[in-house]
Design a protein around this ligand. Structure first.
Ligand SMILES: *Cc1c(COP(=O)(O)O)cnc(C)c1O
Length: 484
């Protein structure tokens, strides 16, 4: 399989060639030149496969430069019940992403596809755990080393660190805004003692951390000398890993591939739901993909009106579903590329306009009408909706959900169709956002046993100023440069 840039002006590359990089040289995002097609017969033949073997069937269509035997072994090492049993029930850990039906509403069944049973209790583990093993594999084969530099406001940094800890050839330098993450999230990250994990607590906010990462990445000499890489949400490996659980969710919810299901996805950077779009393009019988946003409703606005308007940092609200607090949706360009008929020039023009004018408007163009065939719908949710939904789901079904999942359920209920099962992607466990759970329910969030004493563990973290030079010095002092 070859990969092309959404801006149409970079050479095509293979899976392993794009794995360790970020953007394509022309500033676009990588996509396969075509989506492999899965027939209904194939789909039915995959029923009953373990998650790892289902992952193999899907990923082998995308990464033919990894020998079959290596890929299967890598997936079996990644998706084990042992790694994915942090959540509620051990007995369904075998499914890796178990499906829990809530009940019957408006003539159909509504359920939660649990994506947050991995080591950091959020769905980002699903892809990041695979990326950790893929990176180690790729680096072993090329004899290279990689230093990952990232910025996090919570979930991404933790997932990256738990995926890369102890891996050969990889160091992680993770910038986080000092004192701005929840106590649970910072304890999760800072309690890691692995020598290849470096937590840098920056005196500033998340945007300062992101600016430092950009500044360091733009210093091309430094980047090359210290082999700096990233694991942000535009990485193709992360997107394709997420395709797997749409298939798993579909197979768990249906008895035959004549049936359709819909998915509602709590969305921020459009990474998770982009994987759903790809699954649908491959032929998975998905009726609708519903993007649920919080008050930061860039995506909901686009799907309703055809107007894409990136927000300024100052316009981005801090909400009680913080992992969806985005100003623009970094993976959105992948869908637009498909929408404009894989026209790289046109995609480049539209996203230059986003950079220069802040957005684009397709409401009067024919592609806005054509968009219906892709099955997207959308909705938005507010702080009050989250509190109401958390209370309602607790009362009606005796299930505790986190704030992001609550946004999803709220929006899903506005899009139920008779006889089409609705799967809401559960993207985090409630304990990660325990402050809001306590407000909603008046009692503490459930906490998996393994995390009961997380806040008491010794922490390993360095304080640093919001200054790119200081970060560079820190990296230089802790890794040998390529030339030395
Ligand atoms: C990252 C994240 C999201 C948003 O996912 P995108 O891929 O950015 O759309 C939603 N919920 C939780 C808990 C997350 O960590």
């Amino acid at each position: 399989m070859r990969y092309q840039s959404t801006r149409g002006n970079s050479p095509q590359q293979s899976f392993l060639e794009i794995l360790l990089g970020g953007l394509a040289p022309d500033g676009g995002l990588y996509l396969p030149v075509e989506y492999p097609q899965v027939t209904k017969a194939q789909l039915d033949a995959w029923r009953g496969l373990s998650y790892a073997d289902l992952a193999y069937e899907i990923l082998s269509l995308y990464c033919d430069d990894i020998p079959e035997h290596d890929l299967r072994a890598l997936l079996r090492k990644t998706y084990t019940a042992q790694v994915y049993c942090n959540g509620r029930a051990k007995d369904d850990a075998q499914d890796i992403t178990p499906l829990h039906w809530l009940g019957e509403e408006q003539g159909t069944r509504i359920g939660l596809l649990s994506l947050s049973n991995g080591p950091t209790l959020a769905f980002k583990d699903m892809a990041m755990q695979l990326l950790g093993n893929l990176f180690e594999y790729a680096l072993q084969h090329s004899g290279q080393k990689l230093n990952i530099l990232g910025a996090t406001s919570g979930d991404t940094g933790g997932a990256a660190e738990y995926a890369m800890r102890g891996k050969d050839g990889v160091n992680v330098f993770m910038l986080s805004p000092r004192g701005k993450m929840s106590p649970f999230q910072s304890a999760q990250m800072y309690s890691l003692q692995d020598p290849n994990i470096f937590n840098l607590a920056v005196a500033g906010v998340f945007d300062d951390c992101q600016d430092i990462v950009k500044a360091v990445s733009n210093d091309h000499a430094f980047k090359a000398q210290y082999r700096i890489g990233t694991v942000n949400s535009i990485n193709w490996g992360r997107v394709v890993a997420q395709v797997i659980y749409y298939f798993q969710g579909y197979l768990l919810a249906t008895k035959s591939s004549a049936e359709k299901v819909s998915f509602t996805v709590p969305s921020g950077n459009f990474g998770n739901i982009c994987a759903g779009h790809i699954a649908r393009m491959m032929g998975l019988p998905i009726a609708h993909l519903i993007a649920a946003t919080n008050e930061n409703d860039v995506l909901d606005e686009f799907f309703r009106t055809g107007v894409y308007r990136a927000r300024k940092s100052a316009e981005t609200l801090h909400t009680s579903s913080p992992s969806m607090d985005i100003s623009k949706a970094s993976n959105f360009e992948r869908f637009i590329f498909d929408l404009v008929g894989k026209d790289g020039k046109e995609t480049a023009r539209m996203f230059k306009q986003v950079d220069e004018l802040g957005g684009f408007d397709i409401s009067k163009e024919s592609i806005f009408k054509e968009m219906a065939q892709y099955g997207f719908q959308s909705g938005r949710s507010t702080h009050q909706d989250r509190l109401d939904t958390i209370r309602n789901i607790d009362k009606q079904y005796q299930v505790m959900v986190d704030t992001h999942t609550a946004d999803g359920i709220k929006v899903a209920r506005e899009h139920l169709q008779p006889d089409i099962p609705m799967l809401v992607l559960e993207t985090a466990l409630p304990i990660k956002f325990e402050e809001t759970i306590e407000i909603a329910l008046g009692r503490p969030a459930d906490c998996p046993i393994a995390f009961k004493d997380i806040k008491l563990k010794p922490q390993r973290v360095e304080n640093i100023d919001a200054d790119a030079d200081q970060v560079k010095h820190f990296i230089a002092a802790h890794v040998p440069s390529v030339h030395s």
